[in-house]
Every structure is written in C-alpha cells, then in structure tokens.
Design a protein around this ligand. Structure first.
Ligand SMILES: [Zn+2]
Length: 336
C-alpha cells in the first residue's frame, strides 16, 4: 500500500518535471561534478517482431545524441572522469555500447560522426569476424522464426501466440538463463532450439540486426578517433557464475584481444550483465592487475569521481526511451 503510494508520488513528480521541462534546471542545481554515462547495446531500424530492452531504434538514438551534443560536454570515458573534478558550466556525458553489435558501426557511428560525439564500445571478443551473436539474440531470433504457439521448458509453459507474448517469453527465459553458467546456458539454448524446432547454430550475416562487429568496421571507427574500445569478456560470460580461473582466463583473453584488434593498450572493461551480484572483488582485482582503469557496471545512476572507477554506475537506455524520459534520465532525475 505504502509502496504503491510512493510509486504514485514518484510518477507525479516525474510528470511535473516533464511538463515544466525542468530536468536540466534541476541538474544545474546539483552541480556538474557527476557524469551521465549512457549504456546502449544494439541500435535497430524499424519495428522488431520480437523486441528486447536492449534494442533502440535509430531515430530515437539520433534524437538523444542531438540532445546530448547540444546540452552536454560529451567526452571519452577517461577524460570525463578528469573533467568532472573541475568546475563545469555544462554537464558531462559519456556514450557507451556493450557487446559490440555491427549496428554500432552501420547505424550509430554515422550519427556519432555527424554530432562529433565520442563513444566507447565494449567488445565481446569471440564474436568479432564470426557469424555468431550474443546468446540473448539467438533466443530472440529463435522466438521470431518459430511457428510453435507455445512450448514447455523446465516444467514452465511459454505462450508464443503473438509477438507480445513472444517478447514476454523472451524476457522470462532470459531471466532464467542468466542464472546459469555459460556451459549450461549453451546446453539450455540447444534444448530450447529443439523445442522450438529451430536450427541450434544460427549463422548471422551483415543483413541481420544480430550480426557482430568486424575488424574492418573497427578499423574505420578507430581511424575516426572518436571511438574507443574496451573489453567485455571473450564469450560474454557472467563472471560470478563461473569458477574464478575460468573468469580470469575470459577477462585476460578479452583484454589481450582488444589490444591486438586496436593496437592500443586496453584500459576499459564492462562487466557482462553488470549487476553487483554478477561480479566480485576477485574479478575487480584481476582487472586491476591487468591495467584496466575504468570498468562499467549496470548499477543505475550518475557516476561520481569519488566512487570506484572499477565499478562505476551508468544509465540504461531502454528500447522505448522517449526524449522526455531521456532528459529525466540524463539529468539525474530518474535512472530507470
Ligand atoms: Zn553485455
């Protein structure tokens, strides 16, 4: 009861801030010593048959970047942490992309160039120049193409009778699959593909929204000098779910691969899934020992210069983030 009352009060507050468009004013009152670090994943064009929180339409993306370029100092990650210590007349933002989708190059990069806004892409290194994708996109792809109207997995019945139901099934399945180690996740996905009567090993090409970055595309982005790269493990494992030795191998392998791909020292990392339960101090120590200086989580909020740079907060940009909600988020009035 109290909880729902609080929720209503919060919604009314947001409405008030939005109607009077005072999010920027409220941000100014807080000072500009925090950083709005945005988390993007896959940028898509047009409506997706089975949507996902991590897919953002290019039109919304461009609106958001245009807003940032006008109202913020958009900086590379390391520069932003230095700038935030100074006295600022404009707020500071950083653009990041997790996973390394090809769309970061084909759709987002032209927009980033147009507005001259730098960004950091965290690469899942095993996916580069492969026909593979991140597991949750495999799941979305299977749910998109299957003709099954329902299926039972792990004693749970999933309704697939409409695109919306498929989207709900995808969300529920992702929650369950994220609890697994990488090895058992692969087994579970293979079971699901059989139940959905889909091919277990899907090979993605450039025309698929799930295709991942290539060395050629990365080279072009490096040449522009506005895109930096960081590591995101080799196979996108959730670190805390695995034995520490395996987690260490994954971290180090991805850092070394990023250095090989970019011909630069890798100082950035993003924890896959990124909630505090998805990594531990042991993983952070491995990052520190391997020269990583900044590591991104998915904890929501503006990043402060006092907090641990090896576990900084970000703002997750959800698939349907309108410009008015975006303003509330980047100015630190709400985070989710
Ligand atoms: Zn990720």
């Amino acid at each position: 009861m109290i909880k729902s009352f609080k929720k209503i009060v919060l919604k009314l507050q947001q409405l008030f801030i939005n109607v009077f468009d005072i999010s920027a004013y409220m941000h100014k009152n807080r000072g500009y010593n925090e950083i709005s670090i945005l988390t993007y994943h896959n940028i898509v064009q047009g409506k997706q048959f089975v949507n996902d929180a991590c897919f953002l339409d290019i039109k919304l993306f461009e609106q958001q970047i245009a807003y940032l370029s006008k109202h913020f100092q958009v900086l590379p990650l390391a520069d932003a942490f230095e700038q935030a210590k100074k006295k600022n007349s404009k707020p500071i933002a950083v653009i990041t992309f997790d996973d390394g989708f090809y769309s970061n190059y084909s759709l987002a990069f032209p927009v980033l160039k147009k507005y001259n806004t730098p960004a950091t892409i965290f690469l899942t290194t095993s996916m580069i120049d492969s026909n593979k994708t991140i597991w949750f996109c495999d799941l979305v792809q299977m749910l998109t193409v299957t003709t099954k109207k329902s299926f039972i997995w792990n004693t749970i019945k999933f309704d697939l009778s409409s695109p919306d139901k498929k989207q709900l099934a995808s969300k529920h399945l992702q929650q369950l699959l994220k609890e697994k180690t990488q090895a058992s996740l692969v087994t579970a996905l293979s079971e699901i593909s059989q139940l959905l009567e889909c091919k277990p090993e899907i090979k993605y090409q450039e025309d698929s929204e799930f295709y991942m970055l290539t060395q050629e595309a990365i080279n072009e982005m490096l040449d522009s000098k506005i895109i930096e790269f960081g590591a995101h493990t080799h196979k996108h494992i959730i670190l805390a779910k695995e034995e520490i030795k395996l987690a260490e191998r994954e971290i180090i392998r991805s850092i070394k691969q990023v250095e090989k791909i970019t011909q630069k020292t890798c100082i950035y990392f993003a924890y896959p899934n990124g909630r505090p339960i998805d990594y531990s101090d042991q993983h952070t120590n491995i990052l520190r020992q391997n020269n990583i200086q900044f590591s991104a989580t998915t904890k929501n909020g503006l990043a402060s210069t006092d907090e641990d740079r090896l576990a900084f907060k970000r703002i997750f940009i959800h698939t349907k983030t309108s410009l008015s909600k975006f303003k509330l988020q980047v100015h630190g009035c709400i985070y989710t």
